[in-house]
Design a protein around this ligand. Structure first.
Ligand code: LLP
Length: 441
């Protein structure tokens, strides 16, 4: 089983996460329920941070990419682990600040940051804004000038690598809404543009080559390309970048098609990046840059599971057997969006042989509301507790109230003890912002 000791099957044949019996969790907190194991999150944050400390003399930092899972408790964990966070909206930034997260350890990303988002970033004293358009540089500079402030910024560049789970391609031109292409010269043009801005301090460059990537070489290649670009900027513009931010993207285990990586494997990714950066710094006679990494999925993904209760079981003779759960695309839209494959099991009968093949359907009024297709399960009955594994990343953060279902609450498990970090929604929450105009009453 995956999860580096996060998941176990106990003597009662029940699935355990972080030392807590999931059947008991389902009874106590109800379903659907997101469960996160705190130890796993901390172990992953430390793995990245310690590797930078040990192999790069601490000349860098880890930012947890909080789009993967954003709530105040997770920022509190990141704060206590002494790492930074990456945010992509005023909402994420506000949530981090509400958690008491130090603003100078926060970065703000986004291809179309709003004026109000940039204002909030400057006013809270954010660590760095990662610029993604010429216009944004103008707006941010004006906001800072008005306040007499100077803001640290990076530029997001596009080195021409597109990485996918097990492969990557190098392209001469990159079609992306993110970043500035190196190959067509706009990255250099933007660098020169920002260097000239009085109230912006260009600290360096950022790139992010994709997500759910296993190929070490794609990260090494990205590091190589950005280092090359930095060397060129020194020659062309006389500008020495201090910061190299390589984004996130490290893959996790979802199902049998994915490798099961151990903590040491993730450390290896960081070592490969560091070795490349050091080698290129020597080659180009540059100072070694301050290295920033932004892992999201790999920090919280395998730390989380979702628990459901099985309802309707429907067999279409000779076609398919559907097992319906009390959740669905409103708590996990990733099958509907990306046909992502998940591992599904019965938490209350975890040792039972998988004699059946079923598709797991959600409860939304939509045929595409599916969680898993043709997965092996024991004979499944109404009332069984189903666990979907590796749901810690991009499930809660992409959830919705579709069909006016409740977004499930989130509990954090720590050495067998469980507590809410996001409490259950209520009917009042659903209508809180609704207004019936007088004329309709
Ligand atoms: N940094 C930047 C600038 C990013 O755009 C992302 C992810 C990350 C870091 C973190 O990447 P990670 O380590 O989590 O792979 N909703 C999609 C994933 C979108 C990722 C977007 N950017 C999904 O559910 O698979």
């Amino acid at each position: 089983m995956n999860g580096r000791n996060t998941l176990k099957i106990n003597g009662a044949g029940h699935l355990e996460i972080g030392g807590a019996d999931t059947v008991e969790l389902a009874e106590k907190f109800g379903t659907p329920l997101y469960v996160l194991d705190e130890k796993h999150i901390r172990d992953m944050m430390r793995a990245y941070k310690n590797t930078i400390d040990e192999c790069y003399g601490g000349n860098g930092t880890v930012l947890y990419a909080s789009k993967a899972f954003s709530c105040t408790a997770v920022y509190a964990i990141a704060k206590s682990e002494n790492i930074g966070v990456d945010t992509v909206s005023a909402g994420e930034l506000y949530t981090a600040l509400q958690a008491g997260f130090p603003a100078d350890r926060i970065y703000l990303h986004g291809n179309n940051k709003l004026f109000s988002e940039l204002e909030l970033a400057v006013d809270c004293g954010i660590g760095a804004v990662v610029l993604d358009s010429f216009g944004e540089a103008d707006i941010l500079n004006a906001i800072c000038a008005k306040r007499g402030k100077i803001q640290n910024v990076l530029i997001r560049i596009n080195p021409g690598i597109e990485a996918h789970t097990h492969a990557f391609v190098q392209t001469a031109r990159t079609d992306s809404k993110f970043g500035f292409s190196v190959s067509d010269g706009t990255a250099e043009e933007m660098a020169a543009y920002v260097i000239d801005k009085q109230n912006l301090r260009l600290k360096g460059f950022h790139c992010h080559i994709g997500s759910q990537i296993f190929e070490k070489k794609s990260f090494a290649l990205a590091a190589e390309k950005v280092m090359r670009f930095m060397a060129d900027m020194k020659t062309e513009l006389g500008y020495s970048a201090e910061v190299l931010n390589l984004g996130g993207g490290f893959g996790i285990w979802y199902n049998d098609e994915d490798p099961e990586l151990k903590i040491d494997d993730y450390k290896d990714y960081v070592r490969v990046i560091i070795d490349t950066v050091k080698q290129k710094a020597r080659e180009y006679k540059m100072n070694e840059p301050y290295l920033v990494l932004e892992p999201g999925r790999s920090i919280v993904g395998e730390a989380g599971i979702t628990l459901y209760t099985v309802g309707a079981v429907k067999e279409i003779k000779g076609v398919k057997k559907y097992v319906a759960i009390d959740g669905g695309m409103f708590d996990n839209p990733r099958y509907a969006l990306y046909q992502s494959k998940y591992t599904v099991m019965l938490a209350n009968r975890a040792n039972d042989a998988c004699t059946d093949k079923v598709s797991v359907a959600g409860k939304c009024c939509e045929s595409g509301d599916i969680i898993a297709v043709d997965v092996p399960l024991p004979e499944t009955r109404r009332g069984d507790i189903m666990a979907v594994l590796s749901t810690g990343a991009y499930n809660y953060s992409m959830s919705s109230n579709y069909n006016r279902n409740f977004v499930p609450p989130v509990i954090l498990v720590n050495e067998g003890k469980a507590e809410y970090i996001v409490k259950p929604q209520t009917f009042e929450d659903l209508v809180r912002n609704d207004i019936i105009p007088e004329r309709l009453k």
